[in-house]
Ligand binder design. Structure first.
Ligand code: 13P
Length: 250
């Protein structure tokens, strides 16, 4: 039986005072829950704040991106070891906003995946199709290529220390969520593809759904057999909503 995981992706939102209220609200709401795992992926400047407020609790923290390089002259970039210094457990890799707005290729995402694991971080590796790709019926091909960026380079074994997030681009921040059946179909496809290499890794793998997850749809999404939790954007910025989603994973 896989444990469910709910991760908040704050994106580029937050201020010290607001974060304090939000993190305290999350701790108050989920601090006593033990049957699932929880985390927030915050902007870099707030890692110290997340660490100081969350350490010792059942809510982990992480980042939303990292450099594939260990160190060097890369102005503005953040090295994997720096995230480890702040005791990050997770780092989101290959989010569609990174792929789309920052032109990150599958190759870059794969390099970041390896760099994260080397530093002891758990990558949350994102895949997902655009609306036009879904409408042209190539969802599985697109997801397969994104997945193979790590699967073919590093093998299924690397996925035993990773989380996959299926986030259809058309469902992100649009209020238009994939139906539980639509999401389940892609999650099952991902698990089958990995099972072709290693069925044990595939069975143990945590596959999150992301894209307009709200308290109102979380229960039915999380009830699907291959949906192991959620990667939550907008609703993770509102303590009551995030807590309600976390409770749906119980
Ligand atoms: P929303 O929950 O705001 O749709 O964002 C999803 C997402 O991109 C999480 O990484």
């Amino acid at each position: 039986m896989r444990r469910k995981l709910v991760v908040g992706n704050w994106k580029m939102y937050g201020r010290l005072a607001r974060n304090q209220t939000l993190l305290q609200g999350i701790l108050d709401g989920v601090g006593q829950l033990r049957n699932a795992d929880y985390a927030v992926c915050v902007p870099y400047p707030y890692l110290a704040q997340a660490q100081s407020m969350l350490q010792g609790s059942n809510v982990a923290w992480g980042a939303q991106n990292l450099s594939p390089h260990e160190e060097g002259a890369f102005t503005g970039a953040v090295a994997p070891g720096m995230l480890a210094d702040f005791a990050c457990r997770y780092v989101i890799i290959g989010h569609s906003e990174r792929r789309g707005l920052f032109h990150e290729s599958n190759e870059i995402a794969a390099a970041k995946f390896a760099a994260a694991q080397k530093a002891g971080l758990t990558p949350i590796f994102c895949v997902g199709e655009t609306l036009s790709e879904r409408e042209s019926g190539v969802t599985e091909q697109v997801v397969a290529i994104q997945l193979d960026a790590v699967l073919s380079r590093f093998g299924a074994a690397a996925l035993s220390r990773a989380v996959i997030a299926y986030e259809p681009v058309w469902a992100i921040g649009t209020g238009k969520t994939a139906s539980p059946e639509q999401a389940q179909a892609v999650h099952a496809f991902i698990r089958r593809r990995i099972a072709q290499q290693d069925s044990q890794v595939a069975q143990g793998l945590c596959i999150l759904y992301g894209g307009s997850v709200k308290p109102a749809n979380a229960v039915e999404l999380f009830a699907m057999p291959d949906i192991d939790g959620g990667l939550i954007g907008g609703a993770s910025l509102v303590a009551d909503e995030f807590v309600a989603i976390c409770r749906a994973a119980q």
